[in-house]
Design a protein around this ligand. Sequence first.
Ligand code: CP
Length: 329
Amino acid sequence: MTVDPATLKGRDFLLTADWARPELEVALDWSARLKETRRLGMPHRMLESKTVFLVFFDKSTRTRNSFEAGITQLGGHAHFIAAETSQIAHGESPKDMGIILSTYGEAIAIRHDLFPGEGQSYMREVAHHASVPVLNMQCDVDHPFQMLADLMTIQEQFGRDVRGLKVAVSWAYAPSYAKPLSVPQGLLMLLPRFGIDVVLAHPPEYTLLPEALELAHRGAAEGGGRITVASSMEEAAEGAHVVYAKSWGVADLMKKPEEALALSRKYAHWICDERIMRIAGPESKYMHCLPADRGNEVSDEVLDGPRSIVYPEAENRLHTCKAIMALVM
Ligand code: CP
């Protein structure tokens, strides 16, 4: 299937699963091309005078700044909207916001990621009424811009054909806050579609959402990657090309932070350190979407060491974000 990039104009990007694999490959091609264009210092003002609205229900460093810098480099402009200082806090409906912002600009991007059952359905509601593309900057189900950047980073490290690679997706301990489930879910929903084998490990309470797992298994059947489950980070890491160890919360405890933290302390030994990376093997890489809880999720030695590719991974957030905006806006 050959995709004419023009057919992606106007498309929402709410789940990677909503895009066919050849469409995602176009996005990856554009990401690589935009990265090279920027490296060469060549102008690429593909979205002259266009506006993307960035609606945040949660905090961000990479996502906000990759969108803001990205749209500026493309010749457009971003409006940052904190949900708590907008009329959303007074109960303005997603329908009204979607319709009205559509008349002011060319895309609406939303981060609504903390509570299972809320973010993706809120975005779908905005998208139903908006006449411009709606972009998921992280929800309860998926983090599609992070996923595209992660796949781009894996391809840069291991080559474009990633079939047969093994990625260990493991829970890790973090005392800072109960992080969303969308990153491990997003990895499971995307990587096996490209033929990557994913091994998932987590303590028994840290299960992923059933709807995400269902999409993940459907994608694995389509792309040939396998999804297996291990009982520990050590078991998952054996022979892995990539160890992606990070924390996430318990779905039922996302509104009970004290209880969530008390539970997670039971598993404080789930840290990705040199011992884990030795189990993975000499060629293995460490990935994390960041921010990382240093000394808890991952040791400084690993995060700052030669196997860590977290900074190129974070940089690729810019290029993938620009590619999707340039394609759909
Ligand atoms: N990885 C990521 O989404 O980072 P931020 O939370 O800083 O946006």
